[in-house]
Ligand binder design. Structure first.
Ligand SMILES: [Ca+2]
Length: 188
C-alpha cells in the first residue's frame, strides 16, 4: 500500500483485485463485493479488456444504465481526516459501439461516517459528470479524467459512484483509475 504523504486509504481504484477471465464480463449484484468495493445498486460489470481498453492496467467497471436494469452503483468507505480537503480523480467513458447518442451521466457522492456509523452531511458532497461516447470504440475507448473535491467531515467517508438512469438503453458509464489524494497545498 502506498503510504506517501499525499496518499489516502482508497483501495483498488483500478478494479484489478477481483480475478475474471479475458473478454468475458462478470456481473455483480447489490451486496456483492468487487474487491474492496461494495455494489450498492443495480448491476455492475467488471471487464478485462484487451491491452489499452482500460484506463489503467487491464480491468475496469461498467455500470448498468437503467433502461432494463436499475442503475448501477458502487461504494467504498475509507479513513479520512476531518477538515482535510481531498481530490478524488477518476477516468470515465461510454462504450458507444458506433451509435450517435451516447451521453451518459455519473454522480459522485461523499458522505461522512462517525465511529458509530452515523452519517454526516458533507457540503458540496455531490456532483454529476456527463461523458459523451460518440466515436468511442473498444479500440479507441476515449477515457477522460474527472475530479471530485470534498472536505472530510469525520474519520470515515463513504465514496459512492452512481449511474444516472436514462430511458434509452442499458448502456452505462465505464469507470477506472480512481485515485484519492489530499488536495495539494492543504495542511492537516
Ligand atoms: Ca483498471
Amino acid at each position: 500500500m502506498d503510504s506517501g504523504p499525499d496518499s489516502a486509504a482508497l483501495q483498488d481504484g483500478s478494479f484489478e483485485s477481483a480475478a475474471i477471465p479475458d473478454q468475458a464480463p462478470r456481473m455483480f449484484s447489490p451486496g456483492e463485493r468487487v474487491g474492496p468495493w461494495t455494489v450498492t445498486g443495480g448491476k455492475v460489470y467488471l471487464w478485462k479488456g484487451s491491452p489499452g481498453a482500460s484506463a489503467d492496467s487491464r480491468q475496469h467497471l461498467a455500470l448498468s444504465g437503467g433502461a432494463f436494469d436499475r442503475p448501477g452503483s458502487i461504494q467504498q468507505t475509507i479513513a479520512t481526516t476531518p477538515g482535510v480537503w481531498y481530490w478524488l480523480t477518476f477516468h470515465i467513458t461510454v462504450l458507444a459501439n458506433g451509435d450517435a447518442e451516447r451521453v451518459r451521466t455519473l454522480a459522485v457522492e461523499a458522505q461522512g461516517r462517525d465511529e458509530y456509523g452515523q452519517a454526516h452531511h458533507i457540503d458540496h458532497g455531490y456532483q454529476s459528470y456527463s461523458v459523451d461516447g460518440t466515436g468511442v470504440t473498444s479500440t479507441e475507448p476515449g477515457w477522460r479524467q474527472r475530479r471530485f473535491v470534498f472536505k472530510a467531515a469525520s474519520s470515515q467517508t463513504s465514496l459512492k459512484f452512481t449511474e444516472i438512469p436514462t430511458d434509452s438503453d442499458g448502456v452505462g458509464v465505464c469507470l477506472d483509475d480512481v485515485c484519492l489524494t489530499r488536495a495539494p497545498g492543504t495542511v492537516s
